[in-house]
Ligand binder design. Sequence first.
Ligand code: AMP
Length: 449
Amino acid sequence: MTFEQLQLIPAILKAMAKENYTQPTPIQTQAIPPVLAGRDLFGCAQTGTGKTAAFLLPILQRLSAKQERPSGKRVIRSLILTPTRELAIQIADNCKAYGRFLNLRSTVIVGGVSQKAQEQELAQGMDILIATPGRLIDLMNQGYADLRHVQILVLDEADRMLDMGFIHDMKRIIAKLPAKRQTLFFSATMPNEIKSLVDSLLTDPVKIEITPVSSTAERIQQSLYFVDKPNKLSLLIDLMQDKSISSALVFTRTKRGADRVVRGLTKAHISAQAIHGDKSQTARQTALNNFKNGTTRLLVATDIAARGIDIDELSHVINFNLPNIPETYVHRIGRTGRAGLSGIAISFCEQEEIPYLKDIEKLIKRKIPVIKDHPYPLGQTEEPAPAAVGAAKPGSAPVGAAKAGSAPAGTGAARGSRGGSGRESAGSGGANGGSNGHRHRRRRPQAGK
Ligand code: AMP
């Protein structure tokens, strides 16, 4: 399949050539024709699949076909809502690139920056408005954003918007849009809340599901280090002696953890910067730019801060902490190995994270290969608790066979304490017996919120 075969107009084909996109990705092949035809769309896809172009290209083409925005009026013709500022800025950059040969106005409206310039932009009307919900609501309430003429709405990373508590803002915004419109809805996961939102917002949508999580995991070379929590930083510094790790995104569970890792790396003369919600917009953008241009070797991030950030040629992802939501692992490692490049994902697993590892391995349907030979094997700084399979309490799970090297097999304590699928059992309240401490921990909010 080629972009030409998708019936895209020459101005867009030319932009694709300029981007060096030689052929459409699967989500683009499937989404572009129905969206061009005006259909609603429900895309179950994550970042890295090419989903941004999958919705931007047909939107650009549809809007350029009818240049009907009355000049001088505050008309907004299409609206793209995203959960984070970084993602909004990224989409806006893509929009400018893909639409460079078209005469369409686009802008991005996010918090954390002055509102004045945004008011002025909106006063002239907008073909494509890319926004995070909070600032858009502010502008709406002050009468600067008139959404009554929006023809196309995109909800990107809708599951993330729900996670971040934007549901009411989203509903308030959608209530201001005309009922007759085209709606494109993207979500990486499909919890029930998302399904009901899809049912209420979309009319006879085309449904597209791209890359089931297990296949994302297949193309990435993964490895696992069992290591005590206090030794993780030393292990990271040790690994960074390998100069082939030219640029790595390091995930920590908390914002403070990210700062701690950066301090430790800096002391060891390894260039690193943190990116998370407590940093100012400018600081985050600077950190990202420094990472992109190679000034910093490591970008240390929480999940929310990292999500949606588009970094080409990321050679490594390092999980300093394993996430408590298994899908998050797949999202994280999916940041490397994009567009056919091979990617490498390294994970550190401390004693307390073994239950998370079990959930991840269940989801990706494979064991992550363990690196046995390293200087900081598990059990160096803590006395292993007596091995009592099934009786493990959080924080005192037996090391057992999980000693350096043999770990997945040695996670029996975790396995014994959990019933069926980790996902279903999360929060289901006692149905599985055993240690419900794990379930409590799974509900603990993810970092960066
Ligand atoms: P996305 O899933 O939208 O975040 O896109 C992931 C990455 O793939 C971005 O760096 C895009 O620039 C890139 N990309 C999108 N479409 C294509 C394509 N057809 N060919 C090559 N790269 C692409």
